[in-house]
Design a protein around this ligand. Structure first.
Ligand SMILES: C[S@@+](CC[C@H](N)C(=O)[O-])C[C@H]1O[C@@H](n2cnc3c(N)ncnc32)[C@H](O)[C@@H]1O
Length: 270
């Protein structure tokens, strides 16, 4: 066994044992609860743009994009644009590494890798901040509800011809909205890639913490994931590529990072 394989096995063991440690998982849930109470996830920027993610989830995004090598990342929920810039920066890093490996000079604007972001309300200062960012050339923004057919038509047009597709759902967090997004967007994820549903953790919060929101316990991204997984199993769905659509909840990611806003939300297409 090579040293690399030995180390990978050692890490796999760490993750497995953390995933079986109810005390550690409980502590993490307390941590996430307190982090939401303090709006902690809003304190960070990625390459200058505010991002609304806990840093551990940012780590997960880095590993997912590096491993799956998508050519397009489709994201619902833009806000200040930090998550778009994060995905764009990872796609730019893939471009850079490909150029080095192929021994060619990188022309950053020639790459077709891109991020498509959808938001019902792209505020002027956020649009300007994103459009003036050096990575703006890798980003296409669409304004409108993610589940409106005219908007989804644009997403389909933008993703036409792309085979390696990753999807992040992070807009309106009600059960109904996320379920509708899953029906539309999950079939776009390519095999081996992911459809990540953010903020499933709402299900595990004390009810008073969401009292000013349209979502809460029993009505949130996690309940939508559970319902969608049931539908896939009982009714079946086709992916955009025509194959049967199946996802597994990748628990290794959440047991690796331990602190996540998205338990049960890392859906890997199998
Ligand atoms: C949690 S923020 C997104 C955060 C961003 N992904 C990040 O990580 O920095 C949610 C965003 O979803 C948008 N939104 C709410 N309802 C929506 C809808 N029906 N369609 C698209 N976007 C929506 C809001 O305007 C808001 O900007």
């Amino acid at each position: 066994m090579s040293e690399e394989t030995k180390f990978a096995e050692y890490v796999r063991g760490n993750i497995e044992s953390a995933g079986q440690d109810a005390g550690f998982i409980g502590l993490s849930q307390v941590w996430v609860r307190e982090c939401i109470r303090h709006n902690y996830a809003q304190n960070f920027t990625w390459l200058g743009r505010p991002i609304i993610q806990v840093p551990q989830d940012v780590y997960a995004i880095q590993e997912l994009i590096w491993t799956c090598r998508p050519d397009i990342v489709i994201e619902t929920g833009i806000a200040h644009g930090g998550s778009l810039i994060l995905s764009a920066s990872m796609l730019a890093m893939l471009d850079y590494c490909d150029a080095l490996q192929q021994g060619v000079v990188l022309d950053p604007r020639a790459s077709r890798r891109k991020v498509v972001g959808i938001d019902i309300d792209i505020r002027a200062h956020n649009r300007a901040g994103i459009e003036n960012h050096p990575l703006a050339h890798k980003i296409k923004m669409i304004e409108g509800s993610s589940v409106a057919s005219a908007v989804f038509e644009q997403v389909l047009a933008q993703s036409e011809g792309y085979e390696r597709v990753m999807v992040f759902l992070d807009s309106n967090h009600t059960h109904e909205h996320v379920l509708a997004e899953l029906e539309l967007y999950a079939p776009l994820a390519s095999k081996g890639s992911y459809c990540v549903v953010w903020d499933t953790g709402v299900e595990d919060l004390p009810p008073d913490m969401c009292s000013n929101r349209p979502w809460g316990k029993g009505d949130n991204p996690k309940t939508a994931v559970w319902e969608y997984m049931k539908r896939l199993e009982n009714e079946g769905r086709k992916a955009r590529d025509g194959q049967d659509l199946r996802f597994e909840c990748d628990k290794t990611i959440e047991h690796k990072i331990m602190i996540t806003a998205s338990a049960d939300g890392f859906l890997r297409r199998i």
